[in-house]
Design a protein around this ligand. Structure first.
Ligand code: ADP
Length: 459
């Protein structure tokens, strides 16, 4: 697991958070920068207002009204909050300037003369925020007042903020990545346990289950789902085992009969009639085995799910023809009855339905033991339905569920020697399930049985 799940989660979350923090940090820096610059610019505006009133413009000459006071004042402020002032003529030539400028001059930018904006520039080695405003006398521009305020403190503040953010950023991301990795690892720990346990479960220990942590979250639901899958697999395996052992048992019986018969035959010479009789018994066993193999094949074919194509079928005509066919094939009258006068259409697989009804009617004939009263009935209430009714031996109530299990035969059928494999109803059940036909049975001992097929409304 080189790029494990926890690694991927940690990377993705850290990636997203990194972007988010980057945006937040840039925003913090921009807001701080904007606020600091706006405060300095506001101070500059105040200073401009203040100093504009102190200027005297006469005969093209601009000077300060209280030059001495102003110089004093500026001297006293020089260290604390220096404001640099310079007066230039229209060409930008210096006319006067504050002493704190020393050997420097504020730069006059003609293109900024008519804007209210301040800008940041260098004054010697230090950074200042500067504004310039035209000095107008009788509607004529006589010169410009240039005012600058140190940007040093603000720059230091902004640089510090930037440095702090730059240091915090990677530390935050590394911490975040490590904690996400740890937390993601912790949250998928139960999954690792589940997969470990699942890998240990094989056909030999299918009875074991994944430990349930008792939580009702996604992991708890996954555990339940895996355990119920294991349960279904275990049942299916058991059914499979049971089926194989039943099938071999059922095939062994006629094989033993066959072997016994043949052994008796070769032991000594027999009369022709004895040979004939023994060979008939042997052929009977072979017939039984091939009937069983045919039914096993039929069952396997249904389980392969090959009979899924459904088409529209009109039941009355279909069943009427089928009843006639069965009657002649099985040499017993099977009476067709329709409880409605209108045609009944269903969507189903005709071959499957025919196979189901063949099995049911064969049973009806077999277990009626010659008694009349076999009906193939069709009707429609909420759903279309077919009934196969007989007045035969009936089924013991406690066997009503079991008769659909492969190889189950009632003792009475065995005792009476009624031929059969015990696979017919198992095939019927599979076919009905596959075609979404609801199958049910009602029966009364020695009165008879009714097998009912109900079609779902969409079919
Ligand atoms: P088979 O008929 O080959 O024995 P089935 O699977 O068709 O196998 O039937 C299983 C068992 O159910 C039968 O052995 C019989 O005991 C009982 N059974 C099925 N159909 C009927 C019926 N119409 N009347 C009485 N018993 C029945």
């Amino acid at each position: 697991m080189s790029t494990s799940y926890k690694e991927r989660i940690a990377r993705r979350l850290t990636g997203v958070t990194a972007l988010l923090f980057l945006c937040v940090f840039i925003l913090i820096y921009l807001v701080a920068n904007f606020t600091v610059v706006r405060n300095i610019d506001r101070d500059l505006d105040l200073e401009i207002e203040k100093h504009q009133d102190e200027l005297v413009i006469a005969n093209g000459k601009i000077s300060f009204l209280h030059s001495n006071e102003w110089e004093e004042m500026e001297h006293s402020q020089i260290q604390l909050n220096p404001i640099f002032i310079e007066i230039v003529d229209v060409e930008g030539k210096s006319m006067d300037r504050s002493p704190n400028l020393r050997e420097f001059h504020l730069s006059f930018l003609p293109q900024k003369s008519h804007t209210e904006e301040a800008w940041t520039q260098k004054l010697g080695s230090r950074e200042v925020r500067q504004r310039q405003i035209p000095l107008v006398n009788s509607g004529k521009i006589e010169g410009y007042l240039l005012l600058a305020k140190s940007f040093e403190d603000a720059r230091e503040l902004l640089d510090n903020l930037r440095n702090v953010l730059l240091v915090i950023y990677p530390i935050l991301l590394i911490t975040l990545y490590l904690s996400m990795r740890y937390l993601a690892g912790k949250s998928i720990e139960p999954l690792e346990k589940i997969s470990q346990k699942t890998n240990q479960i094989t056909q030999q220990n299918l009875g074991e289950r994944v430990p349930d942590l008792g939580t009702n979250d996604e992991i708890g639901q996954l555990t339940l789902a895996i355990n119920s899958l294991l349960g279904r697999l275990e049942q299916a395996m058991q059914r499979e085992k049971q089926f194989t052992s039943d099938a071999s048992h059922e095939l062994r019986t006629p094989l033993s009969v066959l072997r016994g018969t043949l052994e008796v035959l070769i032991r000594k010479e027999r009369s022709a009639s004895e040979y004939e009789e023994k060979i008939k018994t042997a052929l009977g066993s072979i017939d039984r085995m091939s009937a069983m193999l045919d039914q096993l094949l039929a069952l396997a074919r249904v389980e392969n799910g090959k009979n899924l194509v459904q088409e529209e079928l009109e039941l009355i005509t279909f069943l009427e023809e089928l009843a006639d066919k069965f009657s002649s094939e099985q040499q017993q009258r099977i009476t067709f009855q329709s409880l409605v006068g209108m045609p009944i259409y269903v969507r189903t697989q005709e071959k499957s339905l025919e196979m189901i009804l063949t099995n049911l009617s064969e049973n009806a004939v077999k277990y009626s033991e010659g008694k009349e009263g076999i009906f193939l009935r069709v009707g429609k209430k909420d759903k279309a339905f077919i009934e196969v009714e007989d007045a035969g031996s009936g089924i013991n109530p406690e066997h009503l569920e079991k008769i659909f299990d492969p190889f189950f035969r009632e003792k009475e059928a065995l005792d009476k020697g009624i031929p059969g494999t015990g696979l017919g109803l198992a095939i019927v059940k599979k076919l009905a399930e596959e075609s979404a036909i609801q199958l049910s049975v009602t029966s009364k001992k020695n009165k008879g049985s009714i097998f009912k097929l109900e079609f779902s409304p969409s079919s």
